[in-house]
Design a protein around this ligand. Structure first.
Ligand code: NAD
Length: 489
């Protein structure tokens, strides 16, 4: 079986089904977003591979689900250990195929991927029967694994998002099929190596590579699937919800955002501006970034100057370099999409505060951009760009800030800077799944994560992940002898 050589790291381009690497006759080309160099060809999951993966997962399910959480934990701890042993390889692969900063992979993503597996394995121990005692009966509330789970992830954070779903799904006793993103499939392939080395029973964890419209669509349309856990865009989610809905298969949908970044007049402008520049992280290809800056008119000029100073210092470059802060756009198609948004916004009257064009560093780079004079109803304010392009609007009162913040179909996250009590009060009125007050990106595995409105359905994290990946069952045991009666409630 041939392996790809990516910066000295050997990685399989093939599927991982029932504990074995399986190649496909059909392959698709993969390129690096950094310099467009070819990285190799990846196996496309055809009907036979989807079928084999589902059968393998079904076959493994009875034994894996019969283990207690305590019995599954050592497998998952070893899985996390094996991810750790491959830390350098994970960093290099995702930096090369997704353009994620190597420094971020090393310090943020890989430790978090390990924790995603370890934390849920530990937390699953609390899932054992949770009795509810009443006068009449004991209700043994069980969380039974649902069955075969399909996990589908996007290209902007494949390792982090895949492990964030696999952790709870596996810990709860499900068998999983991961369909990696076709633009950045390599770290998901390496995950299979880690699972294999950890001794996970064949079929418990499978990877079927392939494109969304072909492989992904087949997987989510199959009636033998118990759950679909999806992170990606709104149009794909609508398609998946329909396909899975035809079989009444529950879906968890973590989707895009157009989150507000509110700067109140009593905000620490320097702190807000420093955090504001972080929105260009991963070249703005971050679902939870605050992309609509809503700034009180009184402080707008000072805030713009402060943020401009931070943006001018951003180091745009090769994500494999330690000092780089902003890397490439994932794909030429995505770059065209980003550039198109800016061109149309400018044609409609937007004023470019900074950026507004491709970046000289490389063909797939775009300048960190801020657009002002944008109408609330305009395309650039209403639609997710998923690139380094932000908008800035001003407001005159809290009510107006909240009105603008809530004035899109999205509802993922938000950021609110201001005097703490004031910012907290405004933050509570913003209709999103989460919002950070005077901060950004603080997340805990125990806390709920997810969006409302077009940003998604369901919550991940802590107990919420287990609620999704489990069938909740009430085993009712009466405390007194039960006397059958037709008048009984
Ligand atoms: P996408 O929807 O195009 O693809 C996501 C995944 O779905 C890929 O693996 C793709 O192959 C697969 N897919 C595509 N069509 C499919 C189909 N018909 N059936 C089954 N699977 C299919 O999204 P993308 O461009 O890869 O990712 C960017 C989007 O993801 C943005 O909208 C971003 O906001 C969102 N995102 C959301 C979160 C979150 O947690 N809310 C996190 C990261 C990214």
């Amino acid at each position: 079986m041939s392996l790809l050589d990516i910066a000295g790291i050997a990685v399989s381009p093939d599927h991982y089904i029932a504990g074995q690497r399986v190649a496909s006759a059909e392959r698709f080309a993969l390129h690096s977003p950094i310099d467009q160099r070819p990285l190799g060809h990846i196996s496309e999951g055809l009907a036979e591979h989807v079928e084999a993966a589902i059968v393998a997962a079904q076959h493994a399910f009875p034994a894996w689900s019969a283990l207690t959480a305590a019995e599954r934990k050592p497998y998952l701890d070893r899985f996390a250990d094996e991810i750790g042993k491959r830390a350098d390889a994970f960093c290099l692969l995702e930096s090369n195929d997704a353009g994620v900063l190597l420094s971020r992979m090393r310090h943020g993503v890989v430790p978090r991927a390990m924790l995603n597996i370890r934390w849920f394995a530990e937390h699953a121990l609390t899932l054992q029967d949770r009795p509810i005692e009443t006068e009449q009966a004991t209700h043994l509330v069980r969380h039974d694994p649902a069955g075969v789970v399909v996990v589908i992830t996007p290209w902007n954070a494949p390792l982090m998002l895949s492990t964030w779903k696999l952790g709870p799904a596996l810990a709860a006793g499900n068998c999983c099929i991961l369909k990696p993103p076709e633009w950045a499939p390599l770290t998901c392939s390496l995950l299979a190596d880690a699972a294999h080395a950890a001794g996970l029973t064949p079929g418990v964890f499978n990877v079927v590579q392939g494109t969304g419209a072909n492989t992904g669509a087949r997987l989510v349309s199959d009636a033998r699937i118990a759950r679909v856990s999806f992170t990606g865009s709104v149009p794909t989610a609508k398609w998946i919800a329909q396909a899975a809905g035809a079989n009444l298969v529950p879906c968890s949908l973590e989707l895009g955002g157009k989150s507000p970044f509110i700067v109140l007049p009593d905000a620490d402008l320097e702190q807000a501006a420093a955090t504001g520049a972080l929105m260009y992280r991963n070249a703005g290809q971050v679902c939870l970034a605050g992309t609509r800056f809503l700034v009180h008119a009184q402080v707008a000029e000072a805030f713009i100057a402060a943020m401009r100073a931070h943006v001018e210092k951003l180091n745009v470059g090769d994500p494999r370099e330690e000092a780089t802060e902003v890397g490439p756009i994932i794909h030429p198609r995505q770059l065209e999409r980003v550039a198109g948004f800016v061109e149309r916004a400018v044609a409609a009257g937007a004023r470019v505060l900074w950026g507004g064009a491709r970046h000289a560093f490389g063909a797939q780079y775009y300048q960190p951009t801020m657009l002002a004079d944008v109408a609330q109803g305009s395309e650039i304010v209403q639609n997710e760009v998923f690139g380094p392009v932000l908008t800035l609007q001003t407001f005159a009162s809290d009510d107006e800030a909240v009105l603008l913040a809530n004035g899109t179909d999205y509802g993922l996250g938000g950021v609110c800077y201001g005097e703490t009590a004031h910012a907290t009060e405004v933050a509570q009125r913003v209709r999103t799944g989460f919002i950070w007050v005077n901060s950004f990106g603080i997340r805990d595995l125990a806390a709920p994560f997810g969006g409302i409105k077009r940003s998604g359905i369901g919550r991940e994290g802590g107990d919420w992940s287990f609620e999704f990946f489990c069938d909740v069952k009430d085993v009712v045991v009466p405390k007194k002898p039960f006397r059958a009666s037709f008048s009984h409630r």
